[in-house]
Design a protein around this ligand. Structure first.
Ligand SMILES: C[S@@+](CC[C@H](N)C(=O)[O-])C[C@H]1O[C@@H](n2cnc3c(N)ncnc32)[C@H](O)[C@@H]1O
Length: 252
């Protein structure tokens, strides 16, 4: 592996059938499918839509948008309602295959975990298939050279899954047009499985470290806590509070 390139071993986590089911449910499942209980953290549902709608500047027009680390693509579909052209990129072939299948067919059947050996059938159905959306496999630390800057870049919970987060952070000014928006969310879940310890951004509290780096080319416009819930099985969930941020690319 070249330094800064995606770690194939760690990324296998996102190629498994279990991850695919979890993420299809997380992105497209109904509230009841995701959390079939009365009691509990309902405010954490619908994250892939909220990470766009609660952080975007609705006053700015958006021609092009990039959804980096898009997984199975729900936020990219949300962005396609707002922007003229949207590209969703993820390192997982399995996730991008599912996103492309939803885009082509408007429908995808999948299975998600109920408990033990029991699985449930889920169906993703998209009523209006957008014509302004494409998905591709790509590495956020090593994006293709011909990538033009976007009016909006959305990267939800990607940073602490990268082998070298700084390699993406230093490329960001070239990926967002002057005056454009950068929407980031991250729970700063540093794990050596994904990111070698010396690459963690936590020389100080991670949020402050991130602000220091981005401040060089962007202005921070909005900070907001965004809880989210990922179902592992019907009685077990990951509850996380990501830090959400909207940044504006400085014009000079
Ligand atoms: C925690 S998930 C977040 C997915 C999605 N943005 C969301 O909020 O549900 C991290 C995603 O980053 C992707 N990923 C990991 N390393 C990547 C890389 N080097 N380049 C692009 N995507 C990557 C994974 O495949 C996974 O889909």
């Amino acid at each position: 592996m070249t330094a800064g390139m995606a770690n194939e071993g760690a990324s296998q986590v996102y190629e498994s059938d279990r991850s695919l089911g979890e993420y299809l449910l997380f992105h497209y499942g109904s509230d009841d499918e995701q959390f079939p209980w009365q009691e509990g953290p309902g405010e954490a549902l619908g994250f892939p839509r909220r990470s766009v709608e609660e952080l975007i500047d609705w006053e700015s027009s958006v021609g092009s948008a990039l959804d980096l680390g898009c997984a199975v693509g729900k936020s990219s579909f949300v962005l396609s309602e707002i922007a003229q052209e949207v590209v969703g990129i993820d390192f997982s072939k399995s996730f991008i295959g599912a996103a492309q299948s939803i885009l082509q067919n408007g429908k995808l059947c999948y299975q998600y975990h109920e408990e033990g050996t029991r699985w449930k059938e889920g169906v993703v159905t998209i009523e209006h298939i957008p014509q302004n959306l494409t998905f591709e496999v790509g590495d956020a630390c090593n994006l293709r050279e011909d990538m033009k800057p976007f009016d909006l870049l959305h990267a939800a919970n990607l940073l602490c899954r990268l082998p070298d987060p700084m390699s993406l952070l230093t490329r960001l000014p070239d990926l967002v047009v002057p005056g454009g928006q950068l929407i980031l969310t991250t729970p700063f879940t540093w794990l050596e499985e994904f990111t070698p310890r010396e690459k963690w951004l936590n020389g100080e509290e991670s949020g402050r470290g991130l602000i220091k780096v981005l401040n060089q080319s962007f202005d921070l416009e909005l900070e907001k806590n965004l809880p989210f819930l990922i179902r592992e099985h019907r009685r077990k969930f990951q509850y996380t509070v990501a830090l959400g941020m909207r940044w504006r690319r400085r014009k000079s």
